[in-house]
Design a protein around this ligand. Sequence first.
Ligand code: ATP
Ligand code: MG
Length: 255
Amino acid sequence: MILPDSKVELAHRGNKVVYDLGDKIVKVFNESKPVSDIFNEALNLARINEAGIRSPKALEVAQVEDADYGWALVTSKVPGVTLAEKMNAEPQRFGEYLEQFVDFQIEIHGFTCTQLNRQYDKYQRMINSIDQINATTRYNLLERLNGLKSKGFVCHGDFNPSNVIVGEDGQLYACDWAHATQGSPASDVAMTYLLFALNSKEQADQYLELYCERADMPIQLPRQWMPIVAASELARNRKSDEDFLLSWIDVFDYQ
Ligand SMILES: Nc1ncnc2c1ncn2[C@@H]1O[C@H](COP(=O)(O)OP(=O)(O)OP(=O)(O)O)[C@@H](O)[C@H]1O
Ligand SMILES: [Mg+2]
């Protein structure tokens, strides 16, 4: 594919740039990104579309015909504003937006999708790949993972307000399904908690309390997952968060 000159840059981070093409969105990755990851994100998205979850439609995976670029994922555009932008613009309405955010996540957790990658396999692979922690800690994490119930519910894997778009129809849409799996909603809640906690412990606690109350989930469940999701975040190698994540991994502190 050829990127049009009219493209507008929406986000630029790490190994990718996200452009608005008017009626479509294109996520362009550099060569460091394994091509299989891009096809996997497209496949996740197609499965999520078919499950009936409000999300952008997967349209195309293509190589960009420009030496500066690598592969691209094209999706439909959901015109609107992200919940993160709304929360920033109107901090006094944070609680109200958080309720919408939580209700949407609970709705997503009500879906099953037997085709999606299995959460257990993904966490097991990630824990085994972390070189920042020793074999003893990895063993503890794997033991903990084995003790937790695996379920078949849709888990976004990176559910945070920047991945939720408030559409022009007033409904919420979730984008960025690169990390989606079928598994336990409690692990997805633990991940969202950690993502909030990277910026604000207070917002993270408010989120966790609200989710558990509205979903009637015991707060102990997401807490049991926290060392595991922290470890899997560590495996993604976002260096800046390393100390914070390591502090969450100590299994013994959490029993
Ligand atoms: N289909 C879409 N319609 C409208 N806006 C979108 C769409 N896809 C992405 N965006 C906007 O672009 C931003 C970045 O896209 P996306 O979340 O997919 O990438 P990312 O956050 O960089 O990926 P990752 O979290 O995997 O590192 C989103 O926060 C959203 O504002
Ligand atoms: Mg995102």
